[in-house]
Design a protein around this ligand. Structure first.
Ligand code: SF4
Length: 401
């Protein structure tokens, strides 16, 4: 498995596959064609169907130039595409002569693959690639999952995770401070600030906890929807779940940053296992791969914060994923707003619930984390393409009927 630096990336929302990866692809193409007079970028598959709502065109134009680049939203059938997120870049000389072309695939989590070139693959730093292997290794050496991360990646990974945590906090604070309507045309009102400021005298501690966790998840997801800076955890669309739960715990239980770093490391292993053995891409496996994965990461991170045993961490992560199985990706108008923002908040609460169950029921479990990850992948591959980030099914369809 790769470094956690490949999983947690700071970037521009609203979509790792639709903004971060296309930005990287456009930067690469521009760097390879410094003498080009103008460009054309053709977006296919999910990038075509939901690219406008996901601001893919804006991300590419910001790199290649609004006056120098033409964007084509292709209607090529999905079956003809080598990957559901395909983009073709072309560079032209001033006389219109084609100089070069590049076919690029956005393969999830902000990563790209290029046709005819070796896959962009970061070095594998983790030799173990299943939860079972990691659990056995940690048990043998009497170490926690976060210690396995530090042993494998070196202590410097803590500095990286600290930067990630600082950005997560900045995003929450920016989201809590913002008001108004999100761009995109659906007239979705920002709600994080409103939720955060409610404070009824008779509010129960449980209601207050839910409200605040939701406010923090809304804050991140609204920033993401508005093209703000977020941390992929594991993706942009699901970026609100993990920071919301950790921020709540830090704020209201006065936990030091060091504990949060340990939780990020533990959550990162869970995200990495899902990325390696299944997928974290909504275009590939639906929302179960994005928000389901984020919930699983958050449940594991919370379990680490509470010093739970490795079996309990596994159970919490497994429960969190299991009850997202089959979750489709159906964003209305291709915007990462409905159902995405609210879904992050619900998943954050669900992660807290998974933590509670892990406290009591771990010894009763029958499903392992590795099994639920395999199940998620098979379920995702079986989903019709209309439920995999194409905005052709589910809410995206019935909302307009
Ligand atoms: S429905 Fe889920 S996977 Fe699809 S865009 Fe929204 S958050 Fe991402």
């Amino acid at each position: 498995m790769e470094s956690l630096k490949e999983l947690y990336r700071i970037g521009r929302g609203p979509s790792s596959s639709h903004t971060i990866a296309p930005t990287r692809a456009a930067e690469l193409f521009a760097a390879e064609n410094p003498g080009a007079d103008h460009f054309r970028a053709t977006l296919c598959g999910s990038l075509s169907k939901t690219g406008r709502g996901h601001m893919t065109d804006t991300a590419i134009l910001d790199v290649l130039g609004r006056t120098k680049c033409e964007i084509i939203f292709s209607d090529r059938p999905d079956e003809e595409l080598p990957h559901p997120n395909t983009m073709i870049f072309e560079a032209f000389a001033a006389d219109g002569h084609g100089m070069s072309a590049l076919e690029v695939y956005s393969v999830g989590g902000g990563r790209i693959a290029i046709k005819g070139r070796p896959a962009e693959k970061a070095q594998d730093v983790y030799q173990l690639s299943t939860f079972e292997e990691i659990r056995d290794y940690c048990n043998q050496k009497n170490m926690r999952i976060c210690q396995y991360v530090y042993e494998t990646e070196g202590e410097t990974i803590k500095e990286y995770l600290s930067e990630i945590w600082q950005q997560m906090k900045r995003t929450i604070e920016a989201g809590l401070a913002a008001e108004g309507i999100l761009q995109g045309g659906l007239a979705v009102q920002r709600k994080a600030r409103y939720l955060y400021r409610q404070n009824h005298i008779d509010e129960s501690p449980q209601t207050r906890e839910n409200r605040l966790v939701c406010a923090f998840a809304y804050a991140v997801s609204e920033e993401n929807a508005d093209g703000g800076t977020i941390v992929t955890a594991p993706t942009c669309g699901a970026s609100g779940v993990l920071p919301a739960t950790l921020y709540y715990m830090q704020q209201y239980r006065r936990l030091p940053d060091e504990k949060i770093i340990d939780a990020l490391a533990t959550a990162g292993i869970i995200g990495n296992l899902i990325k390696t053995n299944a997928s974290i891409s909504g275009a590939e496996c639906g929302c179960q791969a994005e928000v389901g994965s984020a919930c699983s990461m958050a449940a594991a991170g919370l379990s680490e914060l509470f010093g739970m045993e490795i079996d309990q961490i596994e159970y919490a992560a497994e429960v969190a994923m299991e009850h997202h199985l089959g979750l489709t990706c159906d964003p209305i108008s291709g915007l990462v707003q409905i159902p995405c923002i609210e879904r992050n908040a619900v998943a954050a609460m669900r992660a807290m619930n998974a933590l509670s169950l892990a406290n009591f029921l771990t010894h009763t479990r029958k499903i392992s984390f590795d099994v639920v990850v395999k199940t998620m992948y098979e379920t995702g591959r079986d989903l019709f393409s209309k439920y995999r980030e194409t905005s052709e099914g589910g809410l995206a369809k019935t909302y307009f009927e």
